[in-house]
Design a protein around this ligand. Structure first.
Ligand SMILES: [Zn+2]
Length: 481
């Protein structure tokens, strides 16, 4: 924050699609990517006389989200009609949960990035279920509506105002997305609208107990936009207060091109949603047995996996945090270890540098961008046995990313195996010592620093393939003889 006399008070409302095959109240496909208005029926088009039928799998996924976030699962919750008028909402109301949500309380624990630091907990207010609206597409000569998204199941995850900075908001969102992906509730693809966020921001003098007036920034669809919008909004509010003004309670939109927030016209949002219980749906009852069965099916969560990586594998808190940002990345690391690698931290750093670089450079999913985890594991095993150097492994890896070939075949093909044969190394050492008589004399006269020069010359003579450990040993013995 620009002015340390103030602190920011931030709460997030995150909407995320649940990964169901069908929509929340009808049998239409909830998949992304169909042609306009292909996945529609009278229910999700809001025709008169139709009745909604609740999707059981969506309820199960919402309960998984609640359990993963340490929420209390309500034995009875109520769907309500949230009325507003917009062309992408053919019924004139959205079915949501209001007074009695499915999940209450809970928290998200942010990973500690340094040793011994207390993990931060961001408390949750609630997680409730609702249906998504359709999508308006504005073109130069027409406004079009696509109802494919209409009725796709969502959960809304509402945090308490516990977040204190843009960075912390980013950390919260990354951890939340990671958890939702671990439990397979969502794929978290923001570019497909699968994860969207509204932000509430206020500032107050540090040490004050009362909250300042908050503004809401709606519909942010990337983590970067969330962080930038918060930074901008915090600075804007501090400037208003510092110049003696008052922050107006408004709803803002983020302009990603100009990187500013601007207030929405009052017509663009309505305050009175006239909530009332949905008469076409009975209360949602969840039995303790159902909750127990879902609990039993839960996978290991990122926070538990982080703790295990630190405790059992000797990774640092930071390494564990990076690896568990993504379920696929953590699984890749664990598969590498399963080949029998002894040095866990080398494997962790391999994933964090070589593997992540391949993903970032190609902008493709891990499975497409990098070789099979088992081949990466085999490659590092060749390093552990001294068959190749770490640098040679990096060269092989880059080739494997393109060719898809295995570790052994690639190392052979590129001739990367290093020479550990003592005879060959001794011969190279003798050659260098004979050619550099003057420097040898200097070294023997006490200039220890020259040792590195001799190592370099021997490695050069061996085309970079000498085993450095053996080269060091033999060279030292010969020079000191
Ligand atoms: Zn439908």
């Amino acid at each position: 924050m620009s002015d340390s006399a103030y602190e920011a008070i931030i709460g997030l409302e995150v909407h995320t699609h649940l990964m169901t095959r069908s929509k929340l109240f009808c049998g239409c496909s909830a998949g992304f990517g169909a042609g306009p208005n292909e996945n529609v029926c009278p229910v999700c088009m809001g025709m008169p006389g139709v009745l909604p039928v609740l999707n059981r799998h969506a309820v199960e996924l919402a309960i998984r989200a609640g359990l993963a976030a340490h929420c209390e699962i309500a034995p009875e919750s109520i769907f309500a009609r949230k009325s507003y008028f917009y062309p992408d909402l053919p019924k004139g109301y959205q079915i949501s949960q209001y007074e009695l949500p499915l999940c209450k309380g809970g928290y998200i624990e942010l990973p500690a990035h340094s040793e011994g630091a207390e993990p931060r907990r961001i408390r949750l207010t609630r997680i409730h279920m609702e249906e998504d609206a359709g999508k308006n597409i504005h073109e130069s000569d027409a406004s079009l509506v696509d109802f494919n998204r209409s009725g796709v199941p969502l959960v809304e995850i509402v945090s308490e105002p516990d977040i204190r900075s843009a960075d912390e908001a980013g950390a919260y969102l990354r951890e939340l997305r990671s958890i939702l992906r671990y439990i397979e509730a969502t794929d978290g693809k923001m570019e497909e609208g699968g994860l969207r966020c509204d932000v509430n921001v206020s500032v107050r003098k540090r040490g004050a107990s009362e909250f300042g007036v908050k503004t809401e920034i709606k519909n942010l669809n990337s983590f970067r936009f969330v962080e930038k919008a918060i930074e901008h909004e915090v600075a804007r509010q501090i400037e208003i207060l510092e110049s003696g003004g008052r922050v107006a309670q408004e709803t803002h939109l983020w302009d990603p091109v100009r990187e500013v927030t601007r207030p929405m016209r009052s017509k663009e949002f309505a305050n009175d949603y006239r909530y009332f219980p949905e008469p076409d749906l009975p209360p949602l009852r969840v039995s303790p047995d159902m909750v127990e069965a879902i609990k039993a099916s839960m996978p290991e969560l990122p926070a538990d996996q982080r703790a295990r990586f630190v405790r059992d594998l000797g990774l640092t808190a930071y390494e564990a945090a990076v690896l568990t940002q993504d379920r696929d990345l953590a699984a890749y690391f664990e598969t590498m270890l399963a080949t029998g690698l002894k040095n866990h931290r080398t494997a962790a750093n391999w994933v964090m540098t070589e593997v992540l670089r391949a993903v970032n450079e190609t902008a493709r999913p891990l499975a497409d961008a990098a070789p099979l985890a088992i081949e990466s594991g085999q490659l590092l095993k060749l390093v552990e046995t001294g068959a190749i150097s770490l640098n040679a492994a990096k060269t092989a890896f880059a080739a494997m990313c393109k060719s898809g070939k295995g570790a052994g075949a690639t190392v052979a093909e590129l001739g990367l195996a290093q020479v550990s044969d003592e005879g060959a190394i001794a011969a190279a050492c003798d050659k260098v010592i004979a050619a550099e008589a003057a420097k040898v004399a200097e070294y023997r006269g006490g200039r220890d620093k020259l040792f590195g020069f001799f190592v370099g010359q021997v490695m050069k003579a061996m085309g970079g393939k000498g085993n450095p450990k053996v080269v060091n040993e033999i060279l030292k013995r010969k020079l000191n003889a």
